[in-house]
Design a protein around this ligand. Structure first.
Ligand SMILES: Cc1cc2nc3c(=O)[nH]c(=O)nc-3n(C[C@H](O)[C@H](O)[C@H](O)COP(=O)(O)OP(=O)(O)OC[C@H]3O[C@@H](n4cnc5c(N)ncnc54)[C@H](O)[C@@H]3O)c2cc1C
Length: 309
């Protein structure tokens, strides 16, 4: 066990974790951060969109590196390792990293993000397979592109509608025979003349050498068919990263951590921030806002615990 007992243990070095570290240190807390990549998922962002203040283009990696350096400059301690388990013993959170090293803290913020589900098909890693239409849709602006959206729920509908404003045509490809979206979303889809719905259609593989050029699909009616597309947007779900939690914590049906107004989970002293939390927007800006608030309320929690003991 490390000799220091930290005030705040942060799981994740993405925008939520780094902002929690920055605010935590500036609020006078002694902060330790677990995580592998400085900036978390932002390394996947070619050009950071929807973040005010940057007039020149900035990549996610640049943003993540600067946020990392900023938190480090304030004195946060980064282990640069992932946490294998988080438990709670004798009033403290005990984090055990992947090398078996143990650390203790009074409070913890889970900011471990989420991973997009991918299709296990041929050529799965081609350039041009995306998960975020708000972020990557603009790459196809002005290119007369044909884009595929894979999925059948409200999220898939939102991707299809936003991409239909950019692309020449959007193919909404869905394995089931019916769309699983609500009436309002079906209505939106119906109004967009350049969205074509392909139901009962399963993706068997992606085509292209290096870059997406098409998809191979099969339907109940015919054998394999090749469709030319310039980009593929997957909306087949996400997996929040919560496996390391050895604690009873309330989650919603999709596995996201539930939190109250102060971002505290059902486990006292354990906070959730960013994409891993049950929310309605998964962006860098909202993750940062969560991180700032989680640190503030963690500090408040520690203060209240001290004054009532
Ligand atoms: C391709 C793509 C493009 C995007 N473009 C934009 C954009 O232009 N603008 C925008 O606002 N948003 C964009 N987003 C969304 C944005 O990246 C996320 O909303 C944001 O990164 C969420 O921040 P986070 O800190 O909650 O999680 P993340 O950034 O996912 O960070 C979580 C970190 O926790 C780490 N972690 C997981 N498990 C553990 C563990 N056991 N121990 C320690 N660490 C762990 C992960 O490895 C990761 O580094 C994009 C997302 C993708 C996938």
């Amino acid at each position: 066990m490390s000799e220091t007992t930290y005030d705040l243990m942060i799981l994740g070095s993405g925008p939520a974790g780094l902002t929690a570290a920055l605010y935590g240190q500036r609020l006078g807390l002694n902060v330790i951060v677990f995580g592998d990549i400085p900036g978390g998922s932002t390394y996947m962002i070619q050009h950071l969109a929807n973040f005010p203040g940057y007039l020149e283009e900035i990549s996610g990696t640049q943003f993540g590196t600067m946020a990392f350096q900023q938190a480090q400059r304030e004195g946060a301690f980064f282990t640069m390792t992932r946490l294998d388990r988080l438990r709670h013993e004798a009033g403290l959170f005990i984090g055990i990293d992947v090398d078996g090293q143990q650390y203790a803290a009074s409070c913890a913020v889970v900011a471990t993000g989420r991973l997009p589900k991918r299709l296990a098909v041929a050529n799965a890693n081609l350039v041009g397979v995306h998960f975020c239409s708000i972020c990557d849709g603009p790459l196809y602006r002005g290119k007369d592109a044909v884009l595929a959206v894979v999925g059948n729920d409200n999220t898939a509908a939102q991707h299809a509608v936003s991409l239909a404003r950019i692309a020449k045509k959007v193919l909404l490809i869905c394995r089931s025979e019916k769309l699983a979206m609500d009436a309002a979303h079906q209505n939106l889809i119906g109004k967009q003349k350049n969205i074509e719905q392909l139901l009962n259609t399963e993706i068997k593989g992606y085509r292209g050498s290096g870059v997406v050029e098409g998809v191979v699909v099969s339907t109940t009616a015919d054998t394999d068919r090749h469709l030319a597309v310039d980009g593929i947007f997957l909306a087949i779900g996400w997996r929040p990263n919560t496996k390391m939690l050895d604690l009873e914590v309330e989650k919603n049906g999709d596995g996201y951590l539930k939190a109250d107004q102060k971002l505290m989970t059902s486990f006292p002293g354990l906070f959730a921030a960013g994409d891993v939390r049950e929310t309605d927007m998964w962006q860098v800006l909202t993750a940062c806002a969560d991180g700032a608030r989680a640190a503030k309320y963690a500090a408040e929690f520690i203060e209240t615990s001290i004054s009532s003991s």
